[in-house]
Design a protein. Structure first.
Length: 115
């Protein structure tokens, strides 16, 4: 199974992502490969746990944008909710959503990393 097929099975909108990259699949795959290092540098959970809400908002907002641009729909939707909740000072609910999203994020990043 190809990377694109595996990601589609994980909820990534491959068709939408390819459209954003003018159907240039090699460029889209290169950008997906960069996602792993991008996510590593933007740890929302550790910022939440340490009480650094501003950094959590910044990191979640950045991840929301990256996930949206790459059409990683399940994570785009999760980070959209997280940013909204954090801006409303609801870090508990944001953390709950993040806890549910992190295994999905791990599966997607592992898939990208192994291909």
């Amino acid at each position: 199974m190809s990377l694109m097929e595996e990601l589609k099975d994980l909820g990534v909108d491959i068709d939408g992502g390819l459209k954003r990259f003018m159907n240039n699949s090699s460029l889209y795959e290169r950008m997906l490969k960069k996602l792993v290092s991008t996510v590593d540098g933007l740890d929302v959970m550790s910022s939440l746990k340490s009480g650094d809400i501003n950094t959590a908002i910044e990191n979640a907002h950045t991840l929301k944008g990256v996930m949206g641009n790459l059409s990683v729909t399940p994570l785009y939707e999760a980070y959209t909710k997280i940013v909204d909740l954090l801006r409303k000072n609801n870090s508990e609910e944001a953390e709950e959503i993040l806890e549910k999203a992190l295994p999905i994020q791990k599966n997607i990043l592992d898939c990208i990393d192994k291909n």
